[in-house]
Design a binder for this molecule. Structure first.
Ligand SMILES: [Ca+2]
Length: 337
Protein backbone atom coordinates (compact mmCIF):
# COMPACT_ATOMS: atom_id res chain seq x y z
CA UNK A 1 0.00 0.00 0.00
CA UNK A 2 2.75 2.42 0.94
CA UNK A 3 4.45 1.82 -2.41
CA UNK A 4 1.17 2.47 -4.20
CA UNK A 5 0.71 5.75 -2.32
CA UNK A 6 4.25 6.79 -3.09
CA UNK A 7 3.72 6.16 -6.78
CA UNK A 8 0.54 8.22 -6.67
CA UNK A 9 2.40 11.08 -5.07
CA UNK A 10 5.11 10.97 -7.69
CA UNK A 11 2.57 10.90 -10.47
CA UNK A 12 0.63 13.83 -9.05
CA UNK A 13 3.65 16.10 -8.52
CA UNK A 14 3.58 18.92 -11.08
CA UNK A 15 6.52 19.07 -13.46
CA UNK A 16 9.06 21.77 -12.68
CA UNK A 17 8.44 24.93 -14.68
CA UNK A 18 10.52 25.30 -17.80
CA UNK A 19 13.55 27.55 -17.78
CA UNK A 20 12.77 30.50 -20.05
CA UNK A 21 16.49 31.28 -20.41
CA UNK A 22 18.65 29.66 -23.05
CA UNK A 23 22.00 28.31 -21.90
CA UNK A 24 21.39 29.22 -18.27
CA UNK A 25 24.27 26.88 -17.40
CA UNK A 26 26.78 28.96 -19.41
CA UNK A 27 28.04 25.86 -21.19
CA UNK A 28 29.83 25.62 -24.49
CA UNK A 29 32.14 27.94 -26.33
CA UNK A 30 32.31 31.62 -25.42
CA UNK A 31 32.96 34.58 -27.70
CA UNK A 32 36.24 36.45 -27.89
CA UNK A 33 34.88 38.70 -25.16
CA UNK A 34 33.99 35.71 -22.97
CA UNK A 35 30.25 35.86 -23.65
CA UNK A 36 28.50 32.45 -23.62
CA UNK A 37 26.14 31.42 -26.39
CA UNK A 38 22.62 32.91 -26.18
CA UNK A 39 23.82 35.76 -23.94
CA UNK A 40 24.73 39.37 -24.82
CA UNK A 41 27.54 41.46 -23.42
CA UNK A 42 26.50 44.25 -21.08
CA UNK A 43 28.97 47.16 -20.75
CA UNK A 44 32.52 45.85 -20.24
CA UNK A 45 34.49 48.67 -21.87
CA UNK A 46 37.34 48.68 -19.35
CA UNK A 47 40.54 46.70 -19.77
CA UNK A 48 40.25 45.60 -16.12
CA UNK A 49 36.85 44.00 -16.57
CA UNK A 50 36.30 40.73 -18.37
CA UNK A 51 34.11 37.68 -18.76
CA UNK A 52 35.44 34.13 -19.03
CA UNK A 53 34.37 30.52 -18.76
CA UNK A 54 35.40 28.89 -15.48
CA UNK A 55 35.81 25.19 -14.82
CA UNK A 56 34.51 25.67 -11.28
CA UNK A 57 30.95 24.74 -12.19
CA UNK A 58 27.82 24.03 -10.22
CA UNK A 59 26.56 21.91 -13.09
CA UNK A 60 27.91 20.85 -16.39
CA UNK A 61 31.49 21.66 -17.24
CA UNK A 62 31.71 25.38 -16.62
CA UNK A 63 30.32 28.54 -15.12
CA UNK A 64 30.70 32.20 -16.10
CA UNK A 65 33.25 34.44 -14.43
CA UNK A 66 32.27 38.10 -14.15
CA UNK A 67 35.46 39.91 -13.22
CA UNK A 68 35.41 43.65 -12.49
CA UNK A 69 38.47 45.37 -11.08
CA UNK A 70 37.47 48.84 -12.24
CA UNK A 71 35.32 50.89 -9.83
CA UNK A 72 34.30 53.24 -12.62
CA UNK A 73 32.82 50.74 -15.06
CA UNK A 74 30.43 47.83 -15.20
CA UNK A 75 30.31 44.50 -16.92
CA UNK A 76 27.89 41.65 -17.25
CA UNK A 77 25.65 39.65 -19.52
CA UNK A 78 22.01 39.96 -20.49
CA UNK A 79 19.37 37.92 -22.26
CA UNK A 80 15.94 38.75 -23.64
CA UNK A 81 13.13 36.22 -23.36
CA UNK A 82 9.49 35.82 -24.32
CA UNK A 83 6.76 35.57 -21.70
CA UNK A 84 4.32 32.66 -21.83
CA UNK A 85 0.80 34.01 -22.24
CA UNK A 86 -0.39 32.57 -18.92
CA UNK A 87 2.51 33.88 -16.81
CA UNK A 88 1.33 35.67 -13.69
CA UNK A 89 4.65 35.72 -11.82
CA UNK A 90 8.28 35.43 -12.79
CA UNK A 91 11.13 34.14 -10.66
CA UNK A 92 14.69 34.84 -11.74
CA UNK A 93 17.50 33.05 -9.98
CA UNK A 94 21.18 32.24 -10.34
CA UNK A 95 23.76 30.35 -8.32
CA UNK A 96 26.72 32.41 -7.14
CA UNK A 97 30.23 31.47 -5.99
CA UNK A 98 33.23 33.64 -5.24
CA UNK A 99 36.05 32.78 -7.63
CA UNK A 100 39.04 31.17 -5.96
CA UNK A 101 41.83 33.67 -5.45
CA UNK A 102 39.54 36.50 -6.53
CA UNK A 103 38.21 39.55 -4.74
CA UNK A 104 34.89 38.16 -3.68
CA UNK A 105 31.46 37.78 -5.22
CA UNK A 106 29.10 40.69 -5.73
CA UNK A 107 26.95 42.32 -8.38
CA UNK A 108 23.26 42.20 -9.23
CA UNK A 109 20.63 40.02 -10.79
CA UNK A 110 18.07 42.25 -12.45
CA UNK A 111 14.79 41.23 -14.07
CA UNK A 112 13.12 43.75 -16.34
CA UNK A 113 9.74 43.41 -17.97
CA UNK A 114 9.23 44.47 -21.56
CA UNK A 115 8.11 46.80 -22.88
CA UNK A 116 7.44 48.61 -19.58
CA UNK A 117 11.03 48.36 -18.27
CA UNK A 118 9.62 47.77 -14.78
CA UNK A 119 12.26 45.92 -12.83
CA UNK A 120 13.19 44.05 -9.70
CA UNK A 121 16.67 43.08 -8.69
CA UNK A 122 18.68 41.45 -5.97
CA UNK A 123 22.34 41.36 -4.99
CA UNK A 124 24.63 38.55 -6.03
CA UNK A 125 25.94 37.02 -2.83
CA UNK A 126 28.18 33.99 -2.61
CA UNK A 127 31.07 32.71 -0.57
CA UNK A 128 34.33 31.04 -1.63
CA UNK A 129 33.38 27.56 -0.43
CA UNK A 130 29.96 26.81 -1.84
CA UNK A 131 27.31 27.87 -4.31
CA UNK A 132 24.51 30.12 -3.03
CA UNK A 133 21.28 30.75 -4.89
CA UNK A 134 20.14 34.34 -5.35
CA UNK A 135 16.61 35.00 -6.55
CA UNK A 136 14.15 37.77 -7.19
CA UNK A 137 10.45 37.57 -7.91
CA UNK A 138 7.79 39.77 -9.39
CA UNK A 139 4.21 39.78 -10.45
CA UNK A 140 4.04 40.25 -14.21
CA UNK A 141 2.92 43.80 -15.01
CA UNK A 142 -0.09 44.11 -17.28
CA UNK A 143 0.81 44.34 -20.94
CA UNK A 144 4.14 42.54 -20.59
CA UNK A 145 5.25 40.53 -23.59
CA UNK A 146 8.81 39.71 -22.61
CA UNK A 147 11.59 40.15 -20.11
CA UNK A 148 15.29 40.87 -19.95
CA UNK A 149 17.70 39.51 -17.38
CA UNK A 150 20.99 41.14 -16.41
CA UNK A 151 23.83 39.66 -14.38
CA UNK A 152 26.18 42.56 -13.83
CA UNK A 153 28.41 44.66 -11.63
CA UNK A 154 27.68 48.26 -10.79
CA UNK A 155 29.85 51.31 -10.41
CA UNK A 156 28.22 52.99 -7.48
CA UNK A 157 29.80 51.15 -4.57
CA UNK A 158 33.53 50.61 -4.63
CA UNK A 159 33.35 47.36 -2.72
CA UNK A 160 30.74 45.98 -5.07
CA UNK A 161 32.75 46.55 -8.21
CA UNK A 162 36.06 44.92 -7.31
CA UNK A 163 34.71 41.46 -7.75
CA UNK A 164 35.34 38.05 -9.25
CA UNK A 165 31.89 36.49 -9.33
CA UNK A 166 31.09 33.06 -10.70
CA UNK A 167 27.51 32.47 -11.83
CA UNK A 168 25.89 29.24 -12.97
CA UNK A 169 22.46 27.75 -13.56
CA UNK A 170 20.63 31.00 -14.22
CA UNK A 171 16.92 30.46 -14.49
CA UNK A 172 13.75 32.39 -15.21
CA UNK A 173 10.53 30.51 -14.62
CA UNK A 174 6.96 31.62 -15.10
CA UNK A 175 4.35 30.75 -12.51
CA UNK A 176 0.62 31.06 -12.87
CA UNK A 177 -0.14 29.70 -9.40
CA UNK A 178 0.32 32.07 -6.49
CA UNK A 179 0.61 29.25 -3.97
CA UNK A 180 3.71 27.92 -5.74
CA UNK A 181 5.20 31.37 -5.69
CA UNK A 182 4.46 31.91 -2.00
CA UNK A 183 6.07 28.59 -1.14
CA UNK A 184 9.32 29.80 -2.65
CA UNK A 185 9.37 33.22 -1.04
CA UNK A 186 11.83 33.95 1.69
CA UNK A 187 10.21 34.78 4.98
CA UNK A 188 9.27 38.41 5.26
CA UNK A 189 9.50 39.19 1.56
CA UNK A 190 6.29 41.08 0.91
CA UNK A 191 7.41 42.79 -2.25
CA UNK A 192 4.89 40.88 -4.33
CA UNK A 193 2.02 41.93 -2.15
CA UNK A 194 1.70 45.69 -2.40
CA UNK A 195 -0.90 47.27 -0.15
CA UNK A 196 -4.30 47.92 -1.67
CA UNK A 197 -4.36 51.32 -3.31
CA UNK A 198 -6.18 54.25 -1.79
CA UNK A 199 -8.96 54.83 -4.26
CA UNK A 200 -11.05 57.30 -2.28
CA UNK A 201 -9.59 59.98 -0.09
CA UNK A 202 -11.12 60.66 3.26
CA UNK A 203 -11.96 64.21 4.23
CA UNK A 204 -8.48 65.49 4.99
CA UNK A 205 -9.80 68.54 6.88
CA UNK A 206 -7.49 70.87 5.05
CA UNK A 207 -9.08 73.83 6.82
CA UNK A 208 -8.05 72.63 10.28
CA UNK A 209 -6.80 75.54 12.35
CA UNK A 210 -3.15 75.39 13.23
CA UNK A 211 -2.87 79.12 14.06
CA UNK A 212 -5.67 81.32 15.32
CA UNK A 213 -5.47 85.04 15.91
CA UNK A 214 -1.70 84.88 15.64
CA UNK A 215 -1.42 82.23 18.33
CA UNK A 216 -0.67 78.51 18.00
CA UNK A 217 -3.75 76.37 17.66
CA UNK A 218 -1.96 73.06 17.17
CA UNK A 219 1.06 71.16 18.36
CA UNK A 220 3.65 69.11 16.52
CA UNK A 221 4.27 65.61 17.90
CA UNK A 222 7.53 63.79 17.20
CA UNK A 223 9.05 60.50 18.35
CA UNK A 224 11.09 60.87 21.52
CA UNK A 225 14.13 59.30 19.84
CA UNK A 226 14.74 62.49 17.88
CA UNK A 227 14.56 61.03 14.39
CA UNK A 228 12.16 63.72 13.17
CA UNK A 229 13.37 66.62 15.33
CA UNK A 230 15.00 68.44 12.43
CA UNK A 231 11.92 67.97 10.26
CA UNK A 232 9.71 69.26 13.06
CA UNK A 233 11.87 72.32 13.61
CA UNK A 234 11.78 73.05 9.89
CA UNK A 235 8.00 72.70 9.86
CA UNK A 236 7.56 74.93 12.90
CA UNK A 237 9.88 77.54 11.46
CA UNK A 238 8.02 77.55 8.15
CA UNK A 239 4.71 78.08 9.95
CA UNK A 240 6.28 80.83 12.08
CA UNK A 241 7.44 82.68 8.97
CA UNK A 242 3.95 82.46 7.52
CA UNK A 243 1.93 83.34 10.58
CA UNK A 244 4.22 84.65 13.33
CA UNK A 245 3.11 81.84 15.64
CA UNK A 246 5.50 79.17 16.93
CA UNK A 247 3.86 75.77 17.35
CA UNK A 248 5.01 73.77 20.38
CA UNK A 249 6.79 70.48 19.75
CA UNK A 250 5.86 67.59 22.03
CA UNK A 251 7.01 64.00 22.36
CA UNK A 252 4.72 61.17 21.29
CA UNK A 253 4.52 59.39 24.64
CA UNK A 254 3.55 62.59 26.45
CA UNK A 255 0.27 62.98 24.58
CA UNK A 256 -2.89 61.52 26.12
CA UNK A 257 -5.92 60.33 24.24
CA UNK A 258 -8.32 61.90 23.53
CA UNK A 259 -6.06 64.56 22.10
CA UNK A 260 -6.36 67.95 23.78
CA UNK A 261 -5.99 69.97 20.59
CA UNK A 262 -5.25 69.87 16.89
CA UNK A 263 -2.16 67.81 16.36
CA UNK A 264 0.40 67.39 13.58
CA UNK A 265 2.06 64.01 14.06
CA UNK A 266 5.24 63.06 12.24
CA UNK A 267 5.98 59.42 11.53
CA UNK A 268 3.98 56.24 11.34
CA UNK A 269 3.02 53.49 13.77
CA UNK A 270 6.52 52.06 13.63
CA UNK A 271 8.16 55.31 14.61
CA UNK A 272 5.63 57.34 16.58
CA UNK A 273 3.92 56.01 19.68
CA UNK A 274 0.95 58.34 19.31
CA UNK A 275 0.21 57.03 15.83
CA UNK A 276 0.71 53.50 17.12
CA UNK A 277 -1.99 54.04 19.76
CA UNK A 278 -4.35 55.54 17.17
CA UNK A 279 -3.56 52.63 14.85
CA UNK A 280 -4.51 50.13 17.53
CA UNK A 281 -7.83 51.93 17.90
CA UNK A 282 -8.41 51.51 14.14
CA UNK A 283 -8.34 55.27 13.77
CA UNK A 284 -5.65 55.62 11.16
CA UNK A 285 -3.54 53.03 9.34
CA UNK A 286 -0.12 54.54 8.82
CA UNK A 287 2.70 52.04 8.85
CA UNK A 288 5.77 50.99 6.89
CA UNK A 289 3.63 49.37 4.21
CA UNK A 290 0.50 51.45 4.07
CA UNK A 291 -0.93 53.54 2.47
CA UNK A 292 2.07 53.16 0.18
CA UNK A 293 5.44 51.46 0.50
CA UNK A 294 8.13 53.95 1.32
CA UNK A 295 5.98 57.04 1.32
CA UNK A 296 2.67 58.80 1.02
CA UNK A 297 2.11 59.18 4.72
CA UNK A 298 -0.12 61.83 6.02
CA UNK A 299 1.70 63.79 8.71
CA UNK A 300 -1.55 65.26 10.02
CA UNK A 301 -3.77 63.12 12.17
CA UNK A 302 -6.96 64.95 11.34
CA UNK A 303 -9.42 65.18 14.24
CA UNK A 304 -8.20 62.07 16.02
CA UNK A 305 -10.39 61.52 19.08
CA UNK A 306 -10.29 65.23 19.69
CA UNK A 307 -11.93 66.47 22.86
CA UNK A 308 -13.55 69.60 21.52
CA UNK A 309 -14.14 71.06 18.10
CA UNK A 310 -11.94 73.85 16.88
CA UNK A 311 -13.10 76.74 14.78
CA UNK A 312 -11.19 76.54 11.53
CA UNK A 313 -9.04 79.46 10.44
CA UNK A 314 -9.32 78.34 6.83
CA UNK A 315 -5.63 78.49 6.35
CA UNK A 316 -4.20 75.56 4.50
CA UNK A 317 -1.77 73.63 6.54
CA UNK A 318 1.63 73.18 5.10
CA UNK A 319 2.19 69.54 4.55
CA UNK A 320 5.40 67.67 4.80
CA UNK A 321 6.25 64.07 4.42
CA UNK A 322 9.32 62.08 5.30
CA UNK A 323 11.65 61.21 2.48
CA UNK A 324 10.77 57.91 0.82
CA UNK A 325 12.73 54.99 2.24
CA UNK A 326 12.34 52.74 -0.75
CA UNK A 327 15.30 50.60 -1.72
CA UNK A 328 17.56 51.96 -4.33
CA UNK A 329 18.05 50.08 -7.56
CA UNK A 330 20.69 50.44 -10.18
CA UNK A 331 19.23 50.03 -13.63
CA UNK A 332 22.06 49.28 -15.99
CA UNK A 333 22.71 51.29 -19.08
CA UNK A 334 21.98 49.34 -22.17
CA UNK A 335 24.81 48.70 -24.55
CA UNK A 336 28.53 49.07 -24.29
CA UNK A 337 29.29 52.13 -22.20
CA1 LIG B 1 27.24 25.29 -15.87
Amino acid sequence: MSLFLMVLCVLSAPPPPANLLRNGGFEGAVSAQGVPASWDLYAGASSTTHLAASTLARSGKQSLLISDHDPATEIGVSQVGVLPPDAKFLKASVWVHAAQGGRGAAGFLQLRFLPSQQLVQTSLVGGPDKWDQCATWSAVPAGSTGFEVFLYTHTETLGDTLVDTLVDDAEVVALSDISTMITGLKSGDLSLFPPPPVTKLRDLHLDTAIVRDGKPSAIVVVPADGRFDALARDLVESIRKLTGATLPIRHDRDLPLPLPQNTIVLGCRSTNDLISRLYDLHYTYLDDKYPGPGGLRRPLASRPLRQRPQRPLRRRERRRRPAPRGRRVHPPRIGIG
